[in-house]
Design a protein. Structure first.
Length: 339
């Protein structure tokens, strides 16, 4: 069965490529989270790895759309455990690599060899949203950046179980950048270190729903909200059932105590010796031992209020308690006389 996270990534991977600046922002996020720079004697390249064929096709399309050339793709199959396929998307060649890294905004050159190296962190997204440059301006680029980061290393728990979403960054600076972009959309997030990685996360249905809206995952958002509504209704029904069950338990316990007290009064004093109002309520309770106070009030002739039944029942209980206390005192006196 396909998980919610897989459906979400599948939707993002199938998204249309319409603006080059947004495509570059998405690609940059993926390289930040999951890119490797090959620096060998005869080879200079960028390697992107994924276990999803759909995502490998997405990376191929992004590079083709942004830079006009087709990257290399090859598949490696694991020999152990689940034996999943691994897809590698590679850009090879010094000229292509320099062009890609420079266009994505994080190329630096080694002072001696002159070879490009990945910076430890990238500069923040520019604030100018009117001028379109390679620096990824505008809300649309920020949305694409977050979508790319989630595609590369994001995960979310099944919303039917809990509300938790996270993106794993390999460097603290990248985690701070993700948090900064999220804050641009007024979506607060935190991060913590997990071994060598830094995990950006947030919890709560509203925050996750807002994140799905930001990255334009419309189908996943509808699915998420549907699950959220059903879950909310189910929880409300459970609360009502639990409350009703508790109330029924209290009513049954109170009814049993009242019947016990009335029988004690009948055995010791007789119900006819009680005041008519109390005797009426006592006989109603014996006749309807499982009824609620409201139901007893409706069965009375003439009908009484629930409050009237409650106060009369309190007096009956008080009389029964006095009889019990008197019986306990008499038992103590007999015990002392025998002693």
């Amino acid at each position: 069965m396909i998980s919610f996270a897989q459906r979400l990534k599948g939707e993002l991977a199938r998204g249309a490529l319409t603006r080059r600046c947004c495509a570059r922002a998405e690609l940059r996020a993926f390289i930040e989270m999951n890119g490797r720079l090959l620096l060998r004697k005869n080879t200079l390249g960028i390697t992107l790895q994924t276990q999803s064929a759909a995502l490998a096709r997405r990376l191929f399309s992004l590079l083709k759309f942004c830079f006009g050339f087709s990257p290399l793709i090859y598949v490696s199959r694991e020999k152990q455990l689940q034996k999943n396929n691994k897809y590698f998307v590679q850009v090879l060649g010094k000229t292509k690599v320099e062009h890609v890294l420079s266009a994505l905004g994080f190329t630096d050159f080694h002072p001696q060899s002159g070879r490009p190296i990945l910076k430890k962190y990238l500069p923040p997204l520019p604030q100018n949203e009117k001028k379109e440059t390679a620096g990824f301006t505008g809300k649309c680029c920020r949305r694409a950046y977050l979508a790319g980061a989630f595609l590369a290393s994001g995960s979310t728990i099944n919303p039917e179980t809990a509300y938790h979403l996270e993106i794993v960054a390999p460097d603290e600076a990248y985690a701070r950048e993700i948090v900064a972009v999220l804050s641009f959309f007024a979506l607060p997030a935190r991060y913590f270190q997990r071994k060598n990685d830094f995990v950006v996360y947030f919890k709560g249905a509203e925050k996750i729903g807002e994140f799905l809206r930001i990255i334009a995952a419309s189908a996943a958002l509808l699915d998420f909200e549907s699950i959220r509504v059903v879950k909310g209704v189910r929880n409300k029904i459970n609360r009502l059932v639990n409350c009703e069950t508790a109330n029924l338990g209290k009513t049954a316990t109170a009814s049993w105590e009242q019947v016990s007290n009335i029988r004690l009064l009948d055995a010791v004093l007789g119900l006819d010796s009680l005041r008519p109002a109390l005797a009426q309520v006592a006989r109603l309770r014996l006749k309807y031992p499982e009824a609620t106070l409201q139901e007893l009030a409706g069965a009375a002739v003439p009908p009484l209020t629930k409050s009237g039944i409650y106060h009369r029942m309190r007096r009956i209980n008080a009389l029964a308690q006095k009889i019990r206390e008197k019986g306990e005192e008499q038992s103590k006196e007999k015990g002392s006389e025998q002693g």
